[in-house]
Design a protein around this ligand. Sequence first.
Ligand code: FAD
Length: 517
Amino acid sequence: QAQSARLYTEEDPVVILSSDSLKQTVFNSSSAWLLQFYSSWCGHCIQYSPTWKALAGDVKDWAQAIRIGVLDCAHEKNFDICKEFGIHFYPTFRVCFDSFRADRELQTVRQLMVNFLQNHTKQDWPVGCPPLDPARSEDILSLMGKKTEFYTAVIVEDKDSYIGREVILDLLPYEGLAVKRTLSSDKLLMEELGITSVPSVYLFHPNGTHTIMNVQKRLRFFFSSFLKLLPGVHRKQSTSSLQRPQPGNNGQGTQVEWKVFEKSKVYMADLESGLHYLLRVELATHKTLEGEELKTFKDFVTVVAKLFPGRQSVVKLLETLLEWLVSLPLEKIPYDAILDLVNNKMRISGLYLGEQVQWVGCQGSSVALRGYPCSLWTLFHVLTVQAANRPDALANTGFEDDPLAVLQTMRRYIGTFFGCQECGKHFEEMAQESVNQVKTVDEAVLWLWRKHNQVNARLAGSMSEDPMFPKTQWPTPDLCPTCHEEQEGLHVWNEQMVLAFLKQHYGASNISLKYSS
Ligand code: FAD
């Protein structure tokens, strides 16, 4: 069992089934199921598990139509069910209970899933699956000039293309948009819409206008990302989150002014508000700092004081705080003394960190969403980029030549002080798994980006997701088109481009002082 627990865990985007749950879950489901019966001791299964996890992640948004499950036939309690289903070889794949021969390339399996869904929707099953057949041209043409409550995107493609069906499934958990597909063999429609090359997406706006959608690359990921980011398109929410306050409402009936901002910028107001919250609220819950806690705090102040590309009054404040911490021979510091320094002594000498939170790029549609954790991610991304851009900044601190300086400090801060303990636990697991593989400051920038995306994937659709700011794999194609590529039908990152983008985005010159008073 220990072995099987290692092949797939609850963290993976697959449903782990057992003899107790298989029939109940699959027979009573409104979606179809693609199942892998595996054995935890089989070498093939072990080798194949990363592909299966990648596939499950790739089609996570299709869950309303088809879900991915795994069942370990090597587990004693599953012996009978594997026998009942006649599983002789591992791995064996089944779409619901129809066997199929998957040649196991991720793209092929995904296409088999689409074929299966398309054939079965004709018999009205599974109920969660939308129509995948091409729409009639008259239905599409009738949308011209018509005002509606939502967008309609029409994907025009060749007969053999899967993009249209894949994008329809990708957008299943989203509302505010209908996605249809049609074929390039429909010459009249092509002419009416003015489409000369395929695949293309034609977009009918709610206000009755219509245009060809411009994307940098004609790839599934670009089409899907673009549509998910249209204003008014967002992930369907559970009933409780639908009761969330609207933008600008702080949840207590008071209106908070909405600040217009650009998502291609980083805001000093977020970084300073984050530091304010961290120093005056989060840490202030600790009466005294001693031992490991004190060391973690000192290291945190060192890294921030040396690397934070802030306004002079704030950087000076951090440097003064650091000098004070380093000069103190004490083993134990009352936190009140630190607060006193930050709040009073420094203000007298003109060093000042604002005492109010002012979220800009991190503002949420309600007070409970975004804000502090968003600013903390932003701060640490900025710090990893500064460490890469200014290799000498940490000279004489004990951190010189250490590519892990920022990441290890962040890890210890998050594990020791960050108010969300679950977050700390998850982050620690990720760090234990791979942070030691980081050998350069550039790799540190990429490591944090990769782990942040892993967290985004895990939290997509969860209660902590702000419907106005859906968790996506970031940077989205509109922010960095060259970061995205496709290999054998699977989305891949061009990491060199991602690194260049991160260095620009989180670089000192991209930090806006707008709204910083
Ligand atoms: P955030 O995820 O906070 O991102 C902030 C901004 O960073 C985004 O707006 C975007 O501009 C940019 N960004 C997004 N992705 C990336 C990336 N890959 N690389 C670089 N920049 C990026 N919440 C939980 O519910 N469970 C958890 O386990 C959990 N773990 C966390 C661990 C850490 C270390 C931190 C700091 C936070 C954690 N949170 C967790 C909180 C959660 O990740 C979000 O911060 C929170 O939900 C607010 O989300 P957001 O929409 O503001 O975007």
